[in-house]
Design a protein around this ligand. Sequence first.
Ligand SMILES: Cc1cc2nc3c(=O)[nH]c(=O)nc-3n(C[C@H](O)[C@H](O)[C@H](O)COP(=O)(O)OP(=O)(O)OC[C@H]3O[C@@H](n4cnc5c(N)ncnc54)[C@H](O)[C@@H]3O)c2cc1C
Length: 468
Amino acid sequence: MKKAIVVGGGVSGLAAAYLLREKARAKGMELEVQLLEKEERLGGKIWSIKADGYLCEWGPNGFLDNKPQTLELCKRLGADRQLLRSNDNARKRFIYSGGMLHQLPENGPSFLKSKLISWPGKLRLAMEPFASKAPMEVDETLAAFGRRRLGEEALRKLIAPMVSGIFAGDPETMSLKSCFPRIAELEAEYGSLIMAMIKMAKQKKKEKAAGKAVASAAGPGGVLTSFRDGIQTLTDILATALGSDAISSGQEVVRVSKATSSPYRVTTANGDLEADVVILATPAHAGSRMVQELDPYIAHVLGDIPYSSMTVVCFGYERRRIAHDLNGFGYLIPKEEKMNTLGTLWDSSIFESRAPQGRVLLRSMLGGACFPGYIKLSDMDITDRVRADLKTIMGIKDEPSFVRIFRHEQAIPQYTVGHGHRVEMLEEKLRQYPGLFLTGNSYRGIGLNDCVAAANRSADAAIRHLMR
Ligand SMILES: Cc1cc2nc3c(=O)[nH]c(=O)nc-3n(C[C@H](O)[C@H](O)[C@H](O)COP(=O)(O)OP(=O)(O)OC[C@H]3O[C@@H](n4cnc5c(N)ncnc54)[C@H](O)[C@@H]3O)c2cc1C
């Protein structure tokens, strides 16, 4: 019987292992799939922590339903009925600017009324269809793209907060093509983002008329979706479907090398395993260490993918102690506001059952690529900083009755300029190692949908390899 080893038990590894085994079965292929995870706990960045009646998401709080991958996987796992869509009021997103929260405009008239962008800034934005074309063959930063098409103010107040909200990244270093390939495509296709939005809004109108759920134009597109017990249900269900026999947790892989009796040897602290196929579904830096001896070049390129750190802070309060309206998703803060946090999500407004009756859960983010030193702050310092921001922005003077602080030293891979080239080089070089695959959030998208899509591609590639 052939054997496949998947390294890493986050959503990418679990999905890759499950899909690989399903696809092999569908082809009548005899294949043993084994997943090795360093930690005792599965899920990687996904961890829904229940404490004192609150449900705190350590990492992601959901996926967007505007891409099919995670929804289809849930369907396949028979878990689609357990899905929980975010509340309708969570479509309202805010930006903190000039001492107040501004709702992100959802259409032309609300954009004109909004005080978030000044009149000169609005005029500059309106000139977008006449902006200069994308420079040929240049991997443009998000900041350069923003300045070129939308102007400096829109870059600072719209693009930069979005980049920190999604990637905990710095727009001055991040690549447009790697972070938001669809936006680069829209520019190439329509010559203008405004023209593209007008055409897509017409399409959405048609879909709404046909009774389909449509996301707010101000959001990233799609409706945020999770489960009643948190997003960890996704990885729990994957792990159950794979079965405990196929999963070895507490097994750190230290090396992947060539073997004599089968193509690869996977070395863990407890010994060696041999495999025909190896899928590395760990962060790039971990993969880099594993293949150092096998191929120093691949190891070098993997090690070159930077990561930003992030601290997630959950505060619980009695609802009646908060005068501020909590009707929305939460807010992001442009760097120029010189606040401590990147933004705060009103988690108990987004999904039901995130806080006990009569209480609310707020989740603030600190750090990211623009504030790398924040990961070293003490719990007390972090708590004070979050409280200071909540007081300034939402007028919350009380101490929170519930506090949880989660630190991610290497939270999110940064698709900086040159990332697309690095990924191409990796793919090229991997051709020398048939049966060895890379998947996960380090290459072609960090969202859960991207991870599931990449896992599916790796499983397909592994099957093709095994059938040769
Ligand atoms: C704070 C935060 C909020 C986020 N919010 C969202 C969101 O709302 N929506 C969304 O779509 N995405 C979000 N993301 C991104 C998303 O969570 C990640 O991209 C995704 O979970 C990554 O999954 P993964 O399996 O690729 O990697 P990971 O979850 O990092 O899993 C990799 C696994 O590999 C294991 N591993 C590492 N080294 C070894 C080794 N040597 N041997 C064996 N195992 C090893 C690790 O222990 C880990 O379990 C967020 C991320 C963070 C950090």
